[in-house]
Each structure stands twice: as structure tokens, then as C-alpha cells.
Design a protein around this ligand. Sequence first.
Ligand code: ATP
Ligand code: MG
Length: 392
Amino acid sequence: MKEIILCKYGEIALKGLNKRTFEDVLVKNIKRRLNQLGKFHYTRSQSTIYIEPLDDNADVDKAIDKLKKVFGIAKISRSIECEKSLEGINNTAVPALEDTLLGARTFKVETKRADKTFYLKSPEISNEVGGMILDAYPHLEVDVHAPDVVVLVEIRENNAYVSAEKIDGAGGIPIGTSGRAMLLLSGGIDSPVAGYMIAKRGVVLDCIHFESPPYTSERAKLKVIKLAERMAEYTGRIKFHCVPFTKIQEEIKNNCPEELFTIIMRRLMMEIADKICERDRIQCLVTGESIGQVASQTMSAMVCTDVVANRPVFRPLIGMDKSEIIAVSRKIETFDISIEPYEDCCTVFTPKHPKTKPNIKDVEAGQAMFDFKPLVDDAVENTFCEFIEAKR
Ligand code: ATP
Ligand code: MG
């Protein structure tokens, strides 16, 4: 029995004149994701990409697992290829749908007839196939309004294809159609979720992480890399920038007012990230902040950090509750890594009483007590880059 995979687009189906460009990017992304899994042939028609395994080595199960993480796909189904006749469908597809149909109580059949020369029209085909299914699985009933299972029959040029199960795709739009962003990635729960959410809107993702050895350990950094590997299952290869931040943090501690440590540290992070964006032509910054979540994530604090960046700072989690953020982090399987107990540079010199409503003038004056410019330039220059790929 031969199976093919059908991927239905979501939003790109609505893209009008640009649709073709979006499709091209999506197909390229899919090919890149499946290239280790054997040979496949790709065709597209009617807002669907058909992926046909070309040899016995092509692994359909693994391919579907990968496709579930490709943005731009709304639904995935596996279809059984049959001879283009009612007997063909009865002999090959009806028995092959056993697992799905035995688990259902009601069903309906829908038919798409790309080959308009086929001797039966779509409603007639649906009726015939419905009858065959009722014969083979007498426990079933037809329900055209809210069936447990929709059996889709497609009559195409050379063969018929029958599928019964639709798998949820990742949604969103294809990565590479919406520019490039730099995510400030810590080891926490929030920033990987923010990265996933911006990438879902078609954005290519770079990550920047600030480390402060020996205050932060090698294992803390490995944890962040593991998070990036998980995100890469959705985003594809990620360019990861690791910034040496120790000296800057020590000078903040030695020279600036304690209540402003955190806000000044954030501004310097932002400034460094912004400079690297400028150098690498990255259009925006992204953080995992959500308004009011902690002392440093008040509106006033965000105002004080954003003024140092020369590009928009996006915060996809801004209106989410922690429980909602956690639900996404479990779904993308970053949660268990995020809760590993390693220190972040943010927690190294936390003030006892951080200012929750910092005033921009005070913050600028506090930061001006030391000349950070040479250290900022050094940090940019000594930032270490590597590419991170999904590990499974
Ligand atoms: P997260 O769970 O993402 O760590 P958080 O709730 O712990 O967030 P903060 O520690 O205040 O919040 O950090 C806010 C945001 O600042 C993070 O979401 C992240 O985008 C950025 N950030 C914090 N620490 C670092 C770091 N060491 N490297 C890079 N970005 C960081
Ligand atoms: Mg954190």
C-alpha cells in the first residue's frame, strides 16, 4: 500500500497575488526539513502540497512528525493511493482505513474530482464510497453535519487518493516571509515561548544570550543552547550569539545606584543586541517580557529600555498570563528544560529594592556614573556565534 502526505495551507491560501511567493518559501522549508528522511516528490494544487515518497526508505511517519512543526501548514493528512476506480477504492482504501473507522461512530464522505473526465460526478462517488464503508463497517452511521470522521476521496489524473484523518499542523505563515528578528534568550520559561510565537508569524530567528562567567556556569549556558535546539525544531537553524557580560555587570555593581542595577543592565543588554542587529541587518528585537510580571517588567521599565534601541522591540507575550505562557512552553517542549535550576546573569546582582517605576532621567544619570561605551564595544566584538540545529 502506498501513502502520500497532504499538507493544507492555512493563511497563505488567502494571500492573493503574493500566494505564489509564500508557497515557494513553504515548499523550500518543507524540503529542507525532510531532506534526511528519504526521497519525496512534491506537487501543489488547490492550496495543498502533495508529498509522495519515492522509495521504500522514505519514512512517512517521521516526515509527518517533522511537518507538524513547519509553520504555514494548517492540516496534514495521510492519503492512500488506489487504482482510479470504485473497485480500487473498495479493495485498497476501505480496509486501510480500519484503524480510524473502527474508532468512530459516524462519518461522511467528501469527494474532490480533479479529473473531470472520470465517469462519476463527485456526489455519486461520495455515495458509492459511503455505501462501501457501511458494508465493511456496519457499526458506522452517516452524519453529514458533525461526523467523527470525514473520509476524503480525491480523483486525480493517474490515481485515486483516500484519507480519513486530519492532523493539526503548526499554523502560522512560512518562516522567511516576514523578515528577521533577534530574540533575547535567557534560560527561563518565557523567552523561548516568545521566540516560538514570533517565528510562527514567518520571522527568521537569531538568538542572543548574555553570560557572566564565573557567576553563571557552563551548564547554565548549555541549558540555553538546549532551549535553542528545541526552538530550532520549529524555526530551522538558528544563529546563536553569546555575549560575554561579566565586566559590564561588575562595573554596574561597582558604580551605579543599587536600585537601578536591573534596569541599567537591561538597557546595556538592549544596546549590545541592537548593535549586533545593526551589523547583521536584523530588523527587530524580541523579549519574553509580559507586562507587570516582575518588578523589571513594568511599563516605565520598558520605556527606559526601549529608548536605547534603534529598532522596534517586540514582546509577543505582553498580554499573556504566566499559566498561558507555561501551556505553550509545554506544547513546544521547552518547559522541562527551562525549569532546570541554573542561575541567569539577571539574578546575579539583583538589588534588594529594585525601582519599579524608574524615571528615564534618573536612569540615564545613574548609568552615566560610569563610561560603559568601551565595554559595550568590547562585548560586541567578543560575542561568539554558532549555528544551532534541531537535535531530533
Ligand atoms: P524568562 O523566563 O524569559 O527568563 P523572566 O520572566 O525570567 O523571563 P527576566 O529575567 O526579567 O524575566 O527577563 C526578561 C527578558 O529579558 C527575558 O524574557 C529575555 O528576553 C531577556 N533576558 C533576560 N536575561 C537574559 C540573558 N541572560 N540573555 C538574554 N536575554 C535575557
Ligand atoms: Mg529569566
